[in-house]
Structures are given as structure tokens and as C-alpha cells.
Design a protein around this ligand. Structure first.
Ligand SMILES: [Mg+2]
Length: 237
């Protein structure tokens, strides 16, 4: 079975978060001098603390931007600007899905040979609408939208899918969320880095040396089908 991550694996996502952050800074920058401030670090600190309360995704980030704007401006931000921050979040939620190069062909080819599932975190309603807009929803036998991608979550999902970790390959752009937890369980990981990585995902425990033989790193989704062929040929299972 092959599991796919969604954001920055199938379609662009982090680019839009960075654009949103720039728009947020344009707004807050009218109140305080951002040139030598730690505004970005403060926003990231609030976002990280809020993950435990709000979870991942655009709505969580929007609330964090509002909270950070109020704190950084010491309460001076006016209602119209708070509304502009809300609009940044809404614009992200309705942004058209932009599939990455070669994704449709690669996923469809893999799906002809293996059961494929989608495992992603983020806002339920946002992820569901992106899956629908991607044109790939019928290709995946199951779509799992989870609140965290850790070994416990993968253990639960794999048990529900009735697949042994050694028979499971996870494909994704985040070592922290897509690769390391699956390798830890004895599964396989195909890392396809994206040109941008959210700070939170960079802070990762690297896979342990003993797990590295079950990891591959590709430059593009186009290399995935032949990589899976090589893996199934080399795996005794
Ligand atoms: Mg991702």
C-alpha cells in the first residue's frame, strides 16, 4: 500500500502560507517598525503554541495572525485591519488547487499497481475541498485527515487499513511528518522535498541510521513509479 501526503507533495501549499505572512506583515507594519523586530519569530511562537489548541491549517494560522497582530500592536490594530487578516485566511481557503509537476500521471500509475491512500493533516473542510478540486479523489481508496502525523496516528491508520508497516510506503515532503514516524514503525518512506518547508516541519528528528535503508529521496514525483518497482523487487516481503 502506498500512502501520499497532500500539501507540498501533491499540490502547492507552503507558498500560499508565505504569501499570507507577507500580507499580514504589510498590515502590522503600518503600526510598528518591522525592520528590526522579531515579528516573524513572535508569530511563529504563537502559531506553535496554538497548534495544540486549534490544530493545523489555515483557520488556525488566521487566528494566530490576529492574536499576534493584537499583541505586537499592543491592542492598537483597528477592526478594519483585523478584518483584512480574516480575509487573508479566506483567500487561502478558496485558492484554486495547483497540482505539482507530474502528480496526476504518477499517482494514477501507482494506483494501477497498489492500493493508494491519502494521509494529511490540516482543516477538515479545506483538505476535503482540495482533494475534490484535485480530480484525484476517486483514485484514493481512502482519505485520512488526521490531527497529527506521529507514530501513534500511523499505527492506528495502518491497523484500520489492515496493512503491516513493512508493506506500507509513505510518500511526502516532510521528513518529520511523512517519513520518520513511518520508518520508526518498520515501514518505508519516499521523501520528495519541496522548495519551501515550514519551520515547524524542519525541526525534525532525523531518521535513525538503522531505518535509512527503508528511505528513498527523489527529486520529482515523476520518479516515483520506478522507485516503487525497485523497492518491491528488492524487498523480501
Ligand atoms: Mg506536506
Amino acid at each position: 500500500m502506498v500512502g501520499f501526503d497532500a500539501d507540498d507533495t501533491l499540490w502547492r501549499s507552503e507558498d500560499f502560507f508565505e504569501e499570507a505572512q507577507d500580507r499580514y506583515e504589510d498590515i502590522v507594519g503600518r503600526y510598528i517598525d518591522l525592520s528590526d523586530s522579531t515579528a516573524r519569530e513572535q508569530l511563529y511562537g504563537i502559531e506553535t503554541a496554538n497548534l495544540k489548541v486549534f490544530g493545523y491549517g489555515v483557520k488556525s494560522m488566521t487566528l494566530s495572525m490576529i492574536e499576534a497582530a493584537v499583541l505586537l500592536t499592543e491592542g492598537r490594530i483597528d477592526g478594519a485591519d483585523v478584518h483584512r487578516i480574516v480575509q487573508i485566511g479566506k483567500d487561502m481557503l478558496v485558492h484554486p488547487v495547483e497540482l505539482l509537476d507530474g502528480v496526476t500521471e504518477a499517482v494514477e500509475e501507482v494506483a494501477r499497481r497498489f492500493p493508494v491512500v491519502l494521509i494529511t493533516k490540516g482543516d477538515l473542510i479545506h483538505q476535503e475541498s482540495k482533494v475534490r478540486a484535485s480530480g484525484l479523489s476517486s483514485t484514493f481508496s481512502r482519505i485520512e485527515i488526521v490531527s497529527e502525523k506521529d507514530p501513534q496516528t500511523y499505527t492506528r491508520v495502518l491497523r484500520e487499513l489492515e496493512v503491516e508497516p513493512g508493506q506500507f510506503v509513505m510518500v511526502g515532503n516532510s521528513v518529520r511528518s511523512d517519513i520518520t514516524p513511518v520508518l520508526t514503525l518498520g515501514g518505508w518512506g519516499v521523501h520528495i522535498p519541496y522548495h519551501l518547508t515550514w519551520q515547524h516541519e524542519v525541526q525534525a528528528e532525523p531518521p535513525s541510521d538503522g531505518d535509512l535503508p527503508r528511505m528513498r529521496t527523489l527529486a520529482s514525483m515523476r520518479e516515483l513509479p520506478e522507485t516503487l518497482t525497485a523497492l518491491t523487487d528488492s524487498s523480501p516481503a
